[in-house]
Design a binder for this molecule. Sequence first.
Ligand code: AMP
Length: 365
Amino acid sequence: MTRVGVIGGGQLGRMLALAAYPLGLSVTALDGSAEAPAGQVCPLFTGSFSDHTALARLAEAADVVTFDFENVPADAAEWLASRVPVVPAPHALRIAQDRIEEKRLFASIGVPTTTYAAVDDADSLAAALTTVGLPAVLKTRRLGYDGKGQRIIHTADDATAALAALGGSGLILESFVSFVREVSVVAVRGASGETRCYPLTENVHRDGILRTSVAPAPDGRFALQAQQYAIQLIEELEYVGVLALELFECDDQLVANEFAPRVHNSGHWTIEGAHTSQFENHLRAVTDLPLGLTDARGHAAMVNFIGAMPDRSAVLAVRGAHLHDYGKAPRPGRKLGHATVVADTHSALAAPLAELIALADAASV
Ligand code: AMP
């Protein structure tokens, strides 16, 4: 039996472990918290991601190590890679952890991205405002997620306040993209180099956090282009596993925002809505098994439950709904679970999706 180690025991690690059982794979997770949700379904080691003793323990318990979290220190991942195969290779983590490196990579492979400039003090901010213009978004280069560590800037005064609020250095100023919608592509590359893409997914965020995903995205005008960008990226990185590319769709083009070197929230719909879930395909890739089909089974919509879980019976009473409760303690802004509905047509998703959104909103008030 191949033993998979997962750095990070959050809901992504938990869903990886659940997907591992039918394949005859075993999963052991490492997390800083003994309460991490993966611990409900697989062995969980507790320890810091940069603690070599904890990492060595995971290496001993695993034939291959992967991660459910992109902010695992790349140095620690590289240290681990000298002891046990780490897949995807830590190189992808390193790039994804720095928004400037990420944008350089996009540019080098011809994937359009926002105009941007590095900001490390008041002078570089002034210069960046000249290059990038207003409105703009000031973000931390590293460790940002779910919209944390960023401020929208409309005026020069906003810029000064945002600089102070974000710590004054290690920042990036990006032009504000007036997108029509946000979309993503989840792609997978196997150990042999074979690549597959899931259908384009339409995502709605609120306060920087993903609320809903619909797939295949209605109006697939840019679907092939988005998938092509994801394949270019995954091939350039010689990546093995699942990767998600997040894009802004504008009137006339796609603009890449960022990529996540892991399974992704905008791919949760694939559990019920695709022939092979993103979790199973990630496991297949990292254990060198043949990839599964990424085609959709009809149309799917996913709603995140954030801050508080709605009533279980009410969710399950929604026609076609599947519930995923991560077993996490409620906290404002925390992703606690999600539900997915699958239907034969896109229009048949509207009613159950509206019901699930209403339940999610009522619970989180
Ligand atoms: P991020 O942490 O980069 O994924 O940003 C979180 C969310 O903030 C995105 O999903 C967008 O809704 C919004 N956002 C981030 N960057 C920009 C930008 N340059 N222009 C417009 N909206 C943005």
